[in-house]
Design a protein around this ligand. Structure first.
Ligand code: FAD
Length: 409
């Protein structure tokens, strides 16, 4: 068993670290403060992309730090999931870095879908500009009226009528929909309620400016709008798109949804681990430098032990996630199902716990926006819900575990 990253991955890790330290870290705090002040509570349609982000993206592209998530050599850098995982970890230490390297959700998942399942025309129209970073996208599956952790529950419709698809319904938690460059939506809707449970839904490409598509509101997360991407509630009223916008084929939405989530979950988890590392670093620095009752805070109460516990938890989470990545690369999404569910529970929970303790160690400063802890906490808390809540993943793990026991039914 070789625990080293490949030579190629090591080179990218070095370059990404340098880029983040030198170009992103010094400007990101101010960038988010500006975006927040400029946009909070305003009409989202009036947003514009900061020239700073455009400039950083060009620099990243010029350095070959672009589309690293895509295993394909033509459009990505040809990295396997296990090679990309440590790069996602580095990106997770910054809120801005994933976008700068064109490696941010939900665009990565959407690009993977188009890359894997799109027709030549769909790729030309949407994948090419997404890969260039010229446009952004949203993924609309979750609905306010049904328990959306079960993808087969979706009620919004995508009905084929002649050479068109007619779309109706309401989606919410559509991440990225507020971005000024969001031009395309991947919509999952019910096409045939009489088909078997896993063949009822389809995925359809909907240009964001199609008549009948309305962003009803943006949803705050713990009171913050998560600018500049945001999460929206979107209504679709008699939206018509050509049949050629169907991805893969009618009734194949569930199949695509499963294919989309494997690598995406590894990326989320590795970013969580990177964030947890960064937060632990800040926690330690603070506890070493601040004195209370005559001692550095690190030497008070059980703080030293807590640091050890976080070191153990982060290292365990990383090893498990890399194992899941290896299984995904070697056995495909089906072969890695249990491990992907395991990390999806573990990694965001570790991040959440480290954030909670970092807040505690920082006292009042910890809950302010002078430090990134509340924002990372919100990320962790949301990832414990998005892409399958913890409870659903635990259910799957147990189901697979019990297969080993013939009497378990
Ligand atoms: C910040 C954020 C961003 C998101 N981005 C997107 C996006 O871009 N596109 C998109 O389509 N969706 C997105 N989502 C939605 C997310 O994927 C859903 O919220 C998630 O799938 C859960 O669906 P639900 O909210 O309907 O919860 P429900 O399905 O109503 O589940 C609620 C709770 O019920 C319990 N539960 C459900 N099933 C089980 C089970 N089998 N066993 C035990 N307990 C269970 C769990 O505690 C679960 O948390 C996002 C969500 C958040 C918070």
């Amino acid at each position: 068993m070789d625990f080293q990253h490949s030579a190629r991955a090591q080179q990218y890790i070095k370059k990404i670290k340098k880029f983040i330290d030198e170009k992103i870290r010094p400007v990101e705090m101010q960038y988010f403060q500006e975006v927040h002040q400029r946009n909070n509570g305003q009409d989202w349609s009036k947003w514009s992309v900061s020239p700073l982000v455009k400039e950083l993206k060009e620099q990243a592209k010029a350095e070959g730090l672009w589309n690293l998530f895509l295993p394909d050599t033509e459009h990505g850098q040809g990295l396997s999931t296990i090679e990309y995982a440590p790069l996602a970890e580095e990106m997770g230490k910054s809120f801005l870095a994933p976008e700068i390297f064109n490696c941010n959700a939900p665009d990565t998942g959407n690009m993977e879908v188009l890359h894997k399942y799109g027709t030549a025309e769909q790729k030309d129209t949407w994948l090419t500009p997404l890969l260039k970073g010229e446009i952004r996208s949203a993924f609309c599956m979750t609905e306010p009226d049904v328990a959306s952790s079960d993808a087969t529950n979706m009620q919004a419709t995508a009905i084929v009528e002649g050479d068109e698809i007619v779309i109706n319904g309401t989606k919410w938690w559509s991440s990225g929909i507020g971005h000024p460059d969001c031009k395309v939506i991947i919509f999952m809707g019910l096409s045939d309620a009489s088909a078997n449970r896993h063949s009822q839904h389809s995925m359809v490409l909907v240009p964001a400016d199609t008549e009948g598509v309305t962003i009803e509101r943006m949803l705050p997360v713990f009171g913050e709008y998560d600018e500049p991407y945001g999460h929206g509630e979107v209504s679709f009223k008699n939206v018509r798109v050509p049949l050629s916008n169907m991805i893969l084929g009618k009734g194949r939405g569930f199949e695509i949804a499963q294919g989309r989530l494997g690598p995406g979950r590894i990326h989320h988890c590795m970013r969580c681990i990177g964030a947890a590392e960064y937060v632990l670093k800040l926690l330690i620095e603070r506890s070493l430098s601040r004195v209370a009752f005559g001692k550095p805070i690190i030497n008070l109460g059980g703080n030293r032990e807590r640091i050890a516990d976080f070191r153990i938890a982060i290292d365990q989470a990383r090893l498990l996630t890399l194992y899941a990545a290896w299984k995904l690369d070697t056995m495909g999404a089906l072969g890695a199902m249990t491990e992907i569910s395991e990390i999806k529970v573990v990694a965001p929970n570790v991040l959440q716990q480290v954030c909670d303790e970092a807040i505690q160690i920082h006292g009042g400063a910890g809950v302010s926006n002078d430090f990134p802890f509340t924002a990372f906490f919100a990320v962790a808390r949301c990832i414990r819900i998005a892409d399958g809540p913890d409870a659903v993943h635990r259910g799957l793990i147990t189901r697979f575990e019990l297969l080993k026991y013939p009497n378990s039914k």
